[in-house]
Write a protein that binds this ligand. Structure first.
Ligand code: FRU
Length: 720
């Protein structure tokens, strides 16, 4: 066991008698602002050799500490253990106050007050389940009964699993407790306008808020309520309760909080100016007006519109409060966001799922010959179940009173993808079911009417955490190019897929599963249901952050899927949908020309903020060809068979030296399609805002017959 005993540092350990702060009756015990722990003794490795300066490598963002330093036992991650013990001091004041965060394990991740070697007071952080927050919160002990006694403070990290660490800062001895946080704070508002605007401070203190009418809870969510100037205002539609008196309730607010008072009513959800023009607003890719977005949900064509629902946190720029956001489009390119389609309810937050048009009205939700649009989603409460909601206008969604339609199978079952199987005349649901032995299984269920479901088969997964078709399954049939029959494709959230046969009950893979993409920022893709032209179009979640914006993350471009024969068996191809051509504003074609190191740049003179580049060439075996789009490199190394996009490198097999690239550059991401759609790399990247130039060069070897088109694109916002 390593002991580190450093020279006393007057500022780190302060005898209660020595330093009395400006506040009457208050003395600092430790603020961890020095380079070492001073006279405190660190044992084990978890506490390192001195205070941390905030977040440690691999840790979620640590906040809520004072000054620059704090005790953070994440040195070596959760696995490391140790203790940090103060020198003895005399208890002279009524209270000891502190800031504490991290693991919530009693006796394992804690801070103790020791008197006569016995633990007489203890406190832990708040976290024992995955997720949670690394924010430190105030705590205090009444120590009046020990006044005059010798005591020590010992910070303990004796936990090695999840949340196996403890964070502490600002330990103070005091005779008066600082103002305490307020609990159960309420404010009455008259819903005389349609929108409640909630002030959000990104990274602020999180609290739980409910909007109530009498004793009925209408809406509930977590929110980082702004105390001062908000970063943005989150709109909440209270139009359904117009004229009523509503109560806003918060579980806990800091002393003197202005958070609830700042909430206001407005006729408009958002200011008309400025939206979709923000510096890091993707211009080709869909993003939510406000808040966090993840998986696409319920992709469907209904009543002449493409519908894109999505995992949405309307009240924060990080994951949480899952709602189904909703947007519509006439062309898969220009999207208009509508309000929330599904709000969390007593069955849980609204996790991912799909949508179908029930043409034959098997569900009975249809009226007057109108086929209902039916959403099938996971209510991720405890237990997680599958539920349905329906609509006749594609705008208002009514949750089925008989929900859930599929009861809990195992803890984590989720993400139902439903389709009509014409030969057996029934609905099929592909559902992710994590079995207790960690088999990541996709289970298939069948239903005559979308209400009653029965299990029909299971596609076994890998044992022991293998991510075989992990989450968000999709199952669909596609023709193989060249008239070579049809195949079924089953894929999962990470894009891996299996090609095979489906007889209406069982999916039989015909080959090993294949990698679906070579990007770094892509997940949970889904295909559209009910497209009128028979295409199979897919949209995925492009994990490209927009830091500092009132929104976060975006969707991939819509892509048309196909199948073709390759040496690795039947494989998926994807191409950006042809509708994207409508965004072309200025175009320049080039070639065919040879290109060698130092040769004339085929993209010379081309400038654009948003780019579509199509280029094909034939490379010598040693060639390295590099495209630069506003400082974002797209570089192909023929000898290594590798493509680098921004800082991401991926295997990119190009046979016969014939390279073909289609590249879309947006404000937060790049998508590269290649080799007739067999290769695809979505990558998060921030182009240089000061640069508009594109360029292409050969660094090594030679490229022959370099030809293509460069298009300057216009923004897809606002919806037209
Ligand atoms: C995939 C996922 C889904 C789940 C949803 C929750 O990204 O974890 O499995 O339904 O996100 O937001």
């Amino acid at each position: 066991m390593r002991k580190s005993r450093q020279a006393p540092a007057a500022l780190v350990v302060m005898g209660l008698v020595i330093v009395v702060s400006a506040r009457q009756g208050e003395a600092l015990i430790a603020d961890y602002e020095g380079a070492t722990y001073g006279e405190w003794v660190a044992e084990g490795t978890a506490f390192g050799t001195g205070p941390a300066k905030g977040t440690l490598p691999g840790q979620m963002h640590v906040s809520g500490f004072l000054g620059k330093g704090l005790v953070n036992s994440f040195n070596g991650g959760d696995a490391a253990t140790g203790t940090l013990t103060s020198p003895p001091f005399t208890v002279e004041r009524t209270y000891i106050t502190f800031l504490i965060g991290g693991g919530g394990w009693k006796e394992k991740t804690c801070m103790n007050l020791l008197v006569d070697g016995r633990v007489v007071r203890t406190a832990t952080g708040p976290n024992v389940v995955p997720g949670g927050s690394e924010e430190l919160a105030p705590g205090s002990w009444d120590v009046s009964e020990f006044i005059g006694k010798q005591a020590q403070i010992q910070i303990v990290d004796d936990a090695t699993g999840g949340w196996g660490h403890i964070n502490v800062d600002q330990i103070v001895a005091t005779d008066t407790l600082p103002p305490q946080p307020q609990k159960n704070v309420t404010r009455e508002v008259a819903a005389d306008k349609r929108w409640l605007l909630l002030p959000v401070k990104n990274g602020g203190k999180k609290c739980k808020v409910e909007v109530r009418a009498g004793s009925q809870v209408l809406r509930f969510f977590d929110i980082e309520l702004a105390e001062g100037e908000p970063d943005w205002w989150a709109p909440l539609d209270v139009g359904a309760w117009r004229g009523q008196a509503l109560t806003l309730w918060a579980d806990k607010l800091p002393a003197g909080s202005k958070g609830l008072e700042q909430v206001r009513l407005a006729d408009e959800a958002l200011p008309k100016e400025g939206f979709y023009e923000e510096a890091l607003r993707p211009q080709l890719h869909f993003s939510a007006r406000c808040g966090w977005l993840n998986d696409p949900n319920g992709l469907v064509f209904y009543n002449g519109e493409y519908h894109l629902f999505f995992q949405h946190n309307p009240y924060g720029v990080n994951w949480g409060n899952m709602h189904w956001g909703h947007a519509v489009s006439k062309d898969l390119v220009h999207w208009a966001e509508l309000g929330e389609a599904l709000y969390p309810d007593a069955l849980g937050p609204m996790f991912s799922g799909s949508a179908v048009v029930d043409h034959a009205n098997t569900s009975g939700f249809g009226r007057d010959g109108k086929a209902p649009l039916v959403l099938v989603y996971t209510a991720a409460g405890n237990p997680a179940t599958q539920c349905i909601a329906w609509s006749l206008d594609g705008r208002t969604f009514i949750k089925y009173e008989g929900n859930p339609v599929v009861k809990n199978i195992t803890g984590g079952n989720r993400d139902p993808k439903v389709f009509w199987h014409a030969p057996t005349k029934r609905w099929i649901m592909a559902l992710y079911v994590e079995r207790p032995d960690k088999l990541h299984t996709v289970e298939l269920l069948a239903s005559p009417d979308l209400r009653e479901w029965a299990a029909v088969s299971a596609v076994p997964g890998d044992r022991g955490g293998g991510h075989y078709l992990y989450e968000c399954p999709d199952l669909f049939e596609l023709p193989v190019a060249g008239g070579a029959g049809r195949r079924w494709v089953l894929f999962g959230a990470d894009g891996q897929y299996a090609v095979g046969a489906f007889d209406g009950s069982t999916f039989k893979p015909e080959a090993e599963r294949l990698r679906g993409h070579g990007g770094s920022a892509y997940y949970a893709a889904q295909t559209f249901s009910d497209l009128p032209d028979g295409r199979r179009v897919l949209i995925g979640w492009l994990r490209a952050p927009s830091p500092g914006m009132p929104f976060n993350q975006c969707m991939s471009l819509a892509q048309e899927l196909g199948l073709c024969h390759t040496s690795r068996g039947v494989s998926l191809t994807r191409r950006p949908v042809r509708e994207l051509e409508a965004l072309r504003e200025r175009s320049q074609s080039f070639g065919p020309d040879g290109l060698e190191p130092g040769g004339k740049d085929p993209l010379d003179g081309f400038e654009a903020e948003l780019v579509e580049l199509r280029v094909a060439c034939e490379l010598t075996p040693d060639a390295v060809v590099a495209v630069d789009l506003r400082g974002v490199p797209v570089r192909y190394d023929m000898a290594k068979q590798e493509l680098t996009v921004a800082r991401h490198t991926t295997a990119w097999p190009v046979t016969g030296g014939k390279l073909a690239l289609i590249v879309y550059l947006d404000r937060t991401c790049v998508e590269v399609f290649s080799q007739d759609g067999l290769l695809y790399a979505p990558v998060a990247a921030l182009p240089d805002p000061g640069l508009k130039k594109a360029g292409m060069a050969v660094e090594k070897g030679a490229a022959r017959s370099v030809r293509g088109e460069a298009h300057a694109l216009r923004s897809a916002w606002p919806a037209r």
